[in-house]
Design a protein around this ligand. Structure first.
Ligand code: UDP
Length: 247
């Protein structure tokens, strides 16, 4: 399933050197081919989690497409001598997928986030992309005991694209565990994208994102994240600098 034109590695985690247009083309190809595919949107927190979570690392390595979501990945890639062409964020790719789905009649299922959020996100997407066919929305839970019911629900809805918002690593592990039975052409973990689309969590201002300080904004907005971010950002930077020194 892994046919990559250009794939780099950041601390052992694969990342595809693609643009947003390439990613959209890949989505079309997956739907035309049929069969199960998984997309992961990699950021420094993913890379750090993968250092100690072997199951998550395996999922990231097996994914059909690993987009460079975090700004930190671009800096890391340059430092490691394998620069990336740009970012492909989960938010942007979700919106492009919705646009594509509206134009081509692909069916999209939104799984995850707090009750009601997926529905709100779907309403925003259908108003922005008229003709979008939302096959279903459901909050549910990533816990394995709920999986049989969720699989039934999703299979009955027959989506071409499944977006899963359980946060990493849960959402990506959930997709990997359930895709052999679901066989959805495109399944992607989207983290907080539904929260953002539903207007519950604003995106950082453009100037902060340009400076690569999105993590700082998220830290201030969502203090519960502080531990994860304060561990991931400096540790990631340190590990990359050390790895870059050896290359
Ligand atoms: N979430 C959920 N069930 C869970 C854990 C998380 O629905 O058991 C949702 C949560 O409501 C939010 C998303 O998953 O919408 C996680 O967003 P976050 O921005 O934290 O994603 P991450 O950056 O961790 O991938």
């Amino acid at each position: 399933m892994n046919q990559m034109n250009s794939r780099i590695s950041i601390l052992g985690v694969p990342v595809d050197n693609i643009t947003i247009a390439d990613a959209v083309a890949r989505v079309v190809a997956y739907i035309e081919q049929g069969g199960p595919h998984q997309i992961v949107t990699v950021n420094p927190e993913f890379v750090m989690e993968a250092q100690h979570n072997a199951a998550f690392r395996a999922v990231l390595c097996q994914a059909d497409l690993a987009t460079p979501d975090g700004f930190g990945l671009l800096l890391a890639a340059r430092r490691l001598g394998t620069p990336l062409r740009g970012r492909v964020t989960g938010v942007e790719l979700t919106q492009r997928i919705a646009e594509l789905a509206a134009a081509r009649g692909y069916r999209v299922f939104l799984l995850g986030a707090a009750p009601g959020v997926a529905e709100q996100a779907a309403a925003v997407l259908t108003s922005r992309y008229p003709g979008l066919w939302v096959a279903g929305c459901y909050a549910g839970s990533p816990h394995p005991r709920h999986a049989p019911f969720l699989r039934q629900l999703i299979t009955a809805a027959q989506p071409d694209i499944l977006l899963v918002a359980y946060g990493h690593p849960a959402q990506d592990l959930w997709i990997a565990r359930n895709q052999p039975a679901l066989r959805i052409p495109v399944a992607m973990g989207v983290g907080g994208v539904f929260d953002y689309l539903a207007g519950r969590v604003p995106l950082a201002p453009t100037w902060l994102r340009r400076l690569g300080l999105e993590w700082l904004y998220r830290l201030l907005r969502q203090p519960r994240r502080w531990r994860r971010i304060l561990v991931a950002v400096p540790l990631f930077t340190w590990r990359v600098l050390r790895a870059g020194h050896k290359t």
